[in-house]
Each structure stands twice: as C-alpha cells, then as structure tokens.
Design a protein around this ligand. Structure first.
Ligand SMILES: Cc1cc2nc3c(=O)[nH]c(=O)nc-3n(C[C@H](O)[C@H](O)[C@H](O)COP(=O)(O)OP(=O)(O)OC[C@H]3O[C@@H](n4cnc5c(N)ncnc54)[C@H](O)[C@@H]3O)c2cc1C
Ligand SMILES: *[C@@H]1O[C@H](CO)[C@@H](O)[C@H](O)[C@H]1NC(C)=O
Ligand SMILES: *[C@@H]1O[C@H](CO)[C@@H](O)[C@H](O)[C@H]1NC(C)=O
Ligand SMILES: *[C@@H]1O[C@H](CO)[C@@H](O)[C@H](O)[C@H]1NC(C)=O
Length: 554
C-alpha cells in the first residue's frame, strides 16, 4: 500500500532505477565540484516541488542549520558544513530529498532533533570519510505532525516531532488535562522522536512501560531508492533493526505508529538533594543501588553526582559532596512516601519535597519547563558544549569504592556530572534479543558521565576536560560491565571506535570485524550486531545511509 503507484511517482521510479545501479561513492572533491553538486541538488529539488531548502552561503542558511545543533562543540567554524539543508514538508518531499541528494552525489545526514552527542545528524566528522564528503542535511523539523487515536491508545507521529510535541499532543487528546494516556520516552523535551526511537529511548516511565522503541507498532521507512516501506514491506529483520539499532543506518524513518500507555490521573514528582561528607554520601548511593533498580515498576528514582568540588579547593569543600535525586511515581504521594520511606529510609523523603500533578505536568517539570504549553517549543534551552560517555553497572559497587569514586570526582573540572539511571522493571523482562537494545535483565543501572565547557574555553582547556573524562572512564573499569564493556547507542561515543592517547580517536575503516569487536558489541552485543549487519545489507546495500558508527555491510 505504500509502494509507488501515483503518476507523480514516475520521476521517483526513474531516479530509483538509476541510483540502484550507481552505488554512492564520493570521489575527489574540489570546491568547484561541490558547486556543481549543489546546483544539481537545487535544480532537482525545484523540479520535484521541494521548495524549502537553504543552500550554503545563502541568507538564513546559518540560522536554519544552527537551530537544531544541541552540542555546540559541533557548531564550530572549523567543522565542515553541509552544501544545503533541506526541510521537506511532506512524505513525498522527503522521498525526493533523498533521491535528489543521491543524484547530485551528495552524502546524506538525517536530522530530527539534532541531539546526537557526537553531532552525527549534521556533520561528517569522526567517520571513514572523515570530514571530506560534501553532504546535505535532510532536516525533519517540518515533519512534526502527531495524530493521536485515543480509542485504540495509539498515535502516528512524524519523526521530526520533538518528544515535547508528542507529549503535548497525547495529553491534549484526552478529554481533560488530567491525561490518562502517555508516551514512554526521555525527559528532555527537545529531543527528536526520529533519533530517539532509532536508539531505544529510555525515560522516567521505562521501568513500567519499557523504551520508546519497545512501543513501536509500525513505521514508514524511506529507503535509499526512495520507496516508502511499512513494517510488512520492510520485513521483520529491518523492522527489528530500526527499533534500537541506532539512527542513520537504514534510511529515513518518516513516521512511527506508537503504542500509548495508560497512566494514572495523578503522579508524584520529587527532586530531593542531599549533602554530606564523602562517607555519608557514599553510604546513601550504596543503598540506592539496591533500592532504585528493585522498586515497584511504577517508581523511577535516579541519582546524580557532581564532578569537581563545589567551590574552593579547600579540603573541607572537597570532603563535602551532594547527591541529587530525581523521582517520578505513577501514583499518589501517599504511595510514593510509604514505599520510599519503607525501602529507603536513608533518603529521609519528606512530605514537603513531593508534589502531585498530572503526567503531562510531570513531563514539563522533569524537562525543566515552567508550563505544559512550553512542551511544544522546539527552542532548546539546554544547548551545551560537552562530551558524554556511558557504562552499565551489574553488581553493586562497594561503599569504599563509592567513596573513592566521589573523591576522584572531586578532582575533576567543575561543570560535569554523573547520572545513575535505574533499570530493571518491565524493560528487564524483555529478552536481550527482542530488540537491538540488549541492556535488559542483569543490569542494575546505567551510568552516564558528562563534562561541559563554556563558549570561550580554549583548545587546551577543552582537551584537558575530555582527557579527564576519559581518565574517569578508565578509573571506572573495575566497577562496570565487561566483555563487552557495554554502552548505550543513544549516548553515542566516538571513542568506542578505538582511542589512542597521543593521536586521539583512531580513525579506523569501519570494517565489520572492527565494529563488531568494539562499539558493535558495546551497544548491541555481538549477536544483535550480527543481525543488524544482515538487516543493513538487505535494506541499504549501497551504504547510502552511513555515519561514523552506522552499521557496516557484510
Ligand atoms: C539533553 C539531552 C538529554 C537526553 N536524555 C536522554 C534520555 O533521558 N534517554 C535517552 O534514551 N536518551 C537521551 N538523550 C539521547 C537522545 O535520545 C539521542 O541523542 C537521540 O538520538 C536524539 O535524537 P534526535 O532526533 O534529537 O537526534 P539527531 O541528532 O537528529 O539524530 C540522532 C541520530 O539518528 C539519526 N536520525 C535522526 N532522525 C532520523 C530518522 N527520522 N530516521 C533515521 N535516522 C534518523 C541521525 O542521523 C543521527 O545519526 C539525551 C540527549 C540530550 C542532548
Ligand atoms: C522552511 O522551514 C523553516 C522551519 O520550519 C521555516 O522557519 C521557514 O520559514 C521555511 N521557509 C520557507 C521558505 O517556507
Ligand atoms: C487544558 O490546558 C490548556 C493549556 O495547556 C488550557 O488552555 C485548557 O483550558 C485546559 N483544559 C482543561 C479542561 O482544563
Ligand atoms: C550528557 O549530555 C546531555 C546533553 O546536555 C546532558 O543533558 C546530560 O545530562 C549529560 N551528562 C550526564 C552526566 O548525563
């Protein structure tokens, strides 16, 4: 039903035939060459009725290109920019954008919300072709429609919708604002649905309702030859792959059919912060490890530790640490208080610290917004310069080791932190091979380490921060998963490709065996990675959709 059948598909058909025999190879590039490609792109787009695009150098180009860059580290002038940003406004426009980019011999980057930690939706850095390929960004921000069908608790949402836009649409489809349907996904409201689901999608109700990707019922994928494929047409291997195998490998997911989940009218939110000596805080975190991952599915309680000492470098300050908790309970505050005070009395949760609200209000609150309507704003207030890394903890870390870790963090640069997200619950009851996301049973919590810096930080201070983050990662080795040392693809980390202290990230060709032994195993396990390679080889045999860590061909 989604194959080409209208007369306007003639052009697409012809282009498809041409392209399928013409693998995407980027040969030598000169500025003049790029000019030819750019002109050929704009001619093709105009001829196909795609009007909203911006060519490099034209007025408005920088505004539209920069708009969705979340990690400003990749907005630097030294980083290669696309020849054009194309913003399709319809499914057909999206198909044509893909075909026109290919016929102009431009590489493609697909961007939904632009939150990739490594800028993979709008740069060509870090990959095999390392910064040299002339490319185009297909930006989905105008494809953000959400159609909720409350009676069947489902929604079709275009990939360019932000999580906030989806949350708002879902909540307002209910008769009152005390919503009873929700989407399970992350707290940050400006994340794009496209990239988020492609990598899994963990959030505060995942222990109850699993990941965003676990709730995908169908999807429409625009493939490398411009066809639109639904679940049946793409086949179960590809449908499996697009739900957690990482974005940018398969084609462009135009839209997703989502299962919405039932939430109570009243939920409870709390964000208590505790401060004390290193030993006291190590004790609190030690206990959290047993509580957070084992609470009833309705409970989410994450912990966050700061990097760097709070202010001066006096010994007293360095010995004082704080732990910030974030809690969401799908239920009233009596339930939150009684369970937490029984299972985690050390937290000392007080009634004054908890607030009841609707689920959509909690979504706004946890996103740091001041109103529910702000969920629809695509303007990010959390842009940053930074680098993140991730780990999984499978056995509780000892109290002494936690104290040592807290002391180690004291020596770090300020403006960094470590987040501990509890896993378990329903997401751990799905098998590790049910989707590409394998971090199910046996994982207590995910660790995320992040450092940030200011716009005026010099090169030396930036590299000192990144080095420090890498040394923290090395320091954590005995405490986290091993063989493979696991990581979460939505927290994409180029270092996993191999890292050389003196040379920086090793730019190895993305051979299957290298990928399989490094980031492939870390993100997916070897078994899932091998299935992803098979799906990739089937859906995109010319490797049109690639980035530094896209799934390689057989
Ligand atoms: C502030 C912040 C908070 C975060 N919190 C969480 C969290 O709590 N839980 C969690 O799971 N993750 C979290 N993340 C990570 C986030 O889920 C990933 O970065 C996600 O990939 C972002 O999706 P995006 O569409 O915004 O990104 P983009 O940068 O647009 O895309 C990411 C990747 O997916 C590809 N892609 C994008 N759209 C499509 C599409 N339609 N079809 C095919 N490929 C596509 C891109 O090419 C790129 O490779 C957070 C990130 C940030 C910056
Ligand atoms: C193209 O889309 C962007 C983003 O929605 C919008 O700001 C801009 O006005 C559009 N331009 C045209 C020419 O339609
Ligand atoms: C729901 O919220 C919107 C704003 O978010 C408001 O305008 C509307 O009046 C509310 N409706 C009800 C029934 O409370
Ligand atoms: C990693 O990066 C994102 C983007 O700013 C941030 O929100 C997140 O909290 C960072 N760090 C940690 C430790 O989670």
């Amino acid at each position: 039903m989604y194959t080409n059948s209208s007369p306007t598909s003639l052009l697409l058909g012809i282009l498809s035939i041409l392209l399928s025999t013409h693998p995407h190879v980027i040969a030598s590039q000169s500025p003049r060459d790029n000019g030819v490609r750019a002109r050929s792109l704009s001619t093709c787009l105009l001829a196909s009725g795609v009007r909203n695009f911006s060519m490099a150098g034209s007025p408005g180009y920088a505004t539209i290109f920069d708009f969705s860059i979340q990690n400003l580290r990749f907005a630097a002038p030294g980083i290669r920019k696309p020849e054009a940003v194309v913003l399709p406004t319809s499914r057909r426009g999206l198909q044509r954008a893909v075909l026109c980019a290919r016929s102009a011999s431009l590489a493609i980057r697909v961007r939904s919300g632009g939150h990739s930690y490594e800028g993979q939706s709008y740069t060509v850095s870090g990959g095999v072709l390392d910064g040299k390929a002339p490319f185009v960004v297909i930006d989905l921000m105008n494809l953000n429609k959400v159609r909720v069908h409350a009676a069947s608790a489902t929604a079709w949402a275009e990939s360019g919708a932000t999580l906030g836009e989806v949350y708002h649409a879902v909540a307002h489809s209910s008769p009152s604002n005390r919503s009873s349907l929700a989407l399970t996904a992350a707290s940050c409201s400006t994340i794009g649905l496209g990239g988020h689901i492609s990598g899994g999608g963990f959030g505060p109700v995942s222990r109850k309702f699993m990941l965003a990707a676990d709730n995908v019922l169908d999807a429409l994928l625009v493939d490398a030859v411009g066809r639109v494929l639904d679940r049946r047409a793409m086949g179960e291997d590809v449908f499996w792959a697009i739900r957690g195998g990482g974005g940018g490998s398969w084609g462009v997911v135009y839209a997703w059919k989502l299962r919405l989940v039932p939430v109570p009218d009243t939920v409870t939110v709390f964000t208590p912060r505790r401060e004390g000596s290193v030993d006291a805080m190590a004790g609190l975190v030690y206990r959290w490890q047993f509580v957070g991952p084992a609470l009833p599915d309705e409970f989410y309680l994450s912990a966050s530790l700061t990097i760097g000492s709070s202010s001066s470098s006096s010994q007293e300050d360095r010995d004082l640490r704080n732990v910030a908790f974030t809690g969401l309970v799908l239920g009233p505050k009596e339930m939150a208080m009684s369970v937490l005070n029984e299972r985690f009395p050390e937290l000392g949760l007080a009634e004054a610290e908890v607030s009841e609200m609707s689920w959509v209000e909690s979504a706004a609150r946890l996103a740091g917004l001041s109103s529910v309507d702000e969920l629809t704003s695509r303007v990010s207030k959390t842009k940053y310069y930074g680098k993140n890394k991730s780990d999984y903890v499978q056995r509780p870390i000892s109290r002494d080791s936690l104290a040592a870790i807290l002391r180690y963090l004291s020596d770090g640069p300020p403006a960094g932190y470590v987040t501990m997200d509890p896993y378990g619950g329903a997401m751990a009851r799905l098998s590790a091979t049910a989707t590409p996301f394998p971090h199910r049973a046996g994982n207590l919590y995910a660790l995320q380490y992040g450092v940030t810096w200011d716009s005026d930080a010099g090169e030396a201070s930036v590299s000192a921060r990144i080095q420090w983050l890498r040394s923290l990662y090395a320091y954590m080795t005995p405490h986290v998963s091993s063989n493979p040392r696991a990581a979460y693809v939505n927290y994409i980390d180029i270092d996993l490709m191999g890292f050389d202290e003196s040379l920086g990230p090793v730019r190895l060709a993305s051979s299957v065996s290298h990928a399989r032994a490094t980031w492939g195993a870390a993100y997916f396990t070897v078994e899932n990675f091998d299935r992803l390679v098979r799906a990739k080889t089937r859906i995109d045999p010319a490797n049109v959709f690639y980035n530094a860590q896209s799934i390689p061909l057989h």
